[in-house]
Design a protein around this ligand. Structure first.
Ligand SMILES: CC(=O)SCCNC(=O)CCNC(=O)[C@H](O)C(C)(C)COP(=O)(O)OP(=O)(O)OC[C@H]1O[C@@H](n2cnc3c(N)ncnc32)[C@H](O)[C@@H]1OP(=O)(O)O
Ligand SMILES: CC(=O)C(=O)O
Ligand SMILES: [Mg+2]
Length: 356
């Protein structure tokens, strides 16, 4: 175990000072692209400003024969593109793969100054983060970087879920976690073949009626991912880092995608992945508080005065704790307003309404 005094010392001579806090940068959608796919890659410069995070994917979904082309493509895109307010992330190959060492060496030395976050797949425990932490420090020192690259882990093995708290706390670089429902389902030997989302077989059924025991009984589909997302949210909150839903593979089913994203937002996630351009709009809408929620939250803030005691507002009790819930929403709306003029206009219009 590292001494708490050493936790914020660089892990290599000449590496940048570790951060003491992870900045709350809006990241409603982490948009995946394959840098070896020329058609997709050509679209990336035009997507800057339309999405909070662009992620050059090097791992699963990139063919083995294209791994080197994907890495080189990402370097080229990063060098040639001004990302403005949009963050640039990458997902490297797994730590036991033949590609990961070159992924890290090439990306940090060539475009480390452009990369905000490195996503690490199939993280099993703190030892994986310790490995990444040290090698990143060495490479950052070699590249002369002046700020550390942050690390995001995908929760996609049963062991990773069992170790989720230690993963979140393993390094000051830890920025957040995403759910990896496809690999996680396989690793747990779950019996679903879908990439995220629900399953019609995972349900509860209404009790039989005593008078008509043979009458049809309503069923209610349940969320397969509730347990894992809830664990992830608590582990991230405990360590001051950010939880994200992951991929929703049924690109055509925009309704179920929106539902899954909203469940994650309500439970505490700050964003999700987008695999196809049409999922960006869904994520941007869902991972922002609604105008109604902000109107209510501002009313509570105004009614609560110094923030203590209890008041009645529209027939409901509000107190110190509900004020804190409202402040979560108000702060998120303020952060998003700084980068999204449409949302700013919608939230600003509320003040005008209530002043009239
Ligand atoms: C379990 C996991 O690990 S999930 C993470 C890994 N998976 C991924 O990253 C998948 C990323 N997405 C994709 O590969 C693709 O979107 C697919 C394979 C799902 C669908 O691709 P297509 O069949 O080409 O979709 P579609 O025909 O609807 O595409 C429409 C346009 O959007 C483009 N497009 C599709 N996906 C993307 C993307 N992620 N980013 C940018 N552009 C895209 C296509 O190139 C196409 O362009 P065109 O109109 O100029 O021809
Ligand atoms: C997200 C991911 O990598 C998975 O579901 O396996
Ligand atoms: Mg995976």
């Amino acid at each position: 175990m590292r001494s708490s005094k050493d936790f914020f010392r660089p892990l290599a001579v000449g590496a940048p000072q570790p951060v003491t806090e992870i900045p709350a940068r809006p990241s409603r959608a982490i948009h995946f692209f394959d840098p070896s796919n020329e058609k997709m890659a050509a679209k990336i410069p035009q997507m800057v400003g339309t999405v909070d995070v662009l992620l050059g994917n090097l791992e699963d979904a990139v063919k083995a024969d294209n791994k080197e082309a994907a890495r080189a493509g990402l370097v080229r895109i990063a060098k040639d593109t001004d990302f403005g307010p949009t963050q640039l992330w990458t997902r490297i190959n797994a730590l036991d793969s033949p590609w990961v060492l070159d992924d890290l060496t090439t990306l940090v030395t060539e475009i480390g100054d452009k990369l905000d976050v490195i996503m690490v797949p199939k993280v099993q425990g703190a030892e994986d983060i310790h490995y990444i932490d040290r090698i990143l420090a060495q490479l950052e020192a070699r590249a002369g970087l002046d700020r550390p690259i942050l690390v995001h882990a995908i929760l996609e093995t049963a062991r990773g879920v069992a170790n989720v708290e230690e993963i979140c706390g393993a390094s000051p670089r830890m920025q957040g976690l995403s759910l990896g429902p496809a690999d996680l389902a396989a690793d747990r030997r779950m019996k679903t073949t879908r990439v995220g989302g629900g399953h019609p077989g995972y349900l509860v059924r209404q009790d039989p009626d005593a008078e008509t025991p043979d009458a049809p009984r309503a069923t209610f589909q349940q969320d397969l991912w509730h347990y894992t997302i809830a664990r992830m949210v608590d582990a991230c909150a405990m360590h001051g880092i950010y939880p994200y839903y992951g991929p929703f593979g049924d690109i055509a089913d925009v309704t179920a995608c929106e539902d899954q994203f909203r469940n994650a937002f309500l439970l505490g996630c700050v964003g999700t992945w987008s695999l196809h351009p049409k999922q960006i709009e869904i994520a941007n809408r869902v991972f922002a508080p609604s105008v109604e929620d902000i109107r209510h939250a501002r009313e509570v803030v105004a009614a609560m005065g110094d923030g203590t005691g209890a008041v009645m507002l529209n027939g409901k009790m509000e107190d110190d704790a509900s004020l804190k819930q409202c402040l979560v929403m108000v702060e998120l709306a303020e952060q998003l307003s700084r980068i999204d003029p449409n949302l700013k206009a919608q939230y600003d219009a509320i003040s005008t309404d209530s002043e009239v």
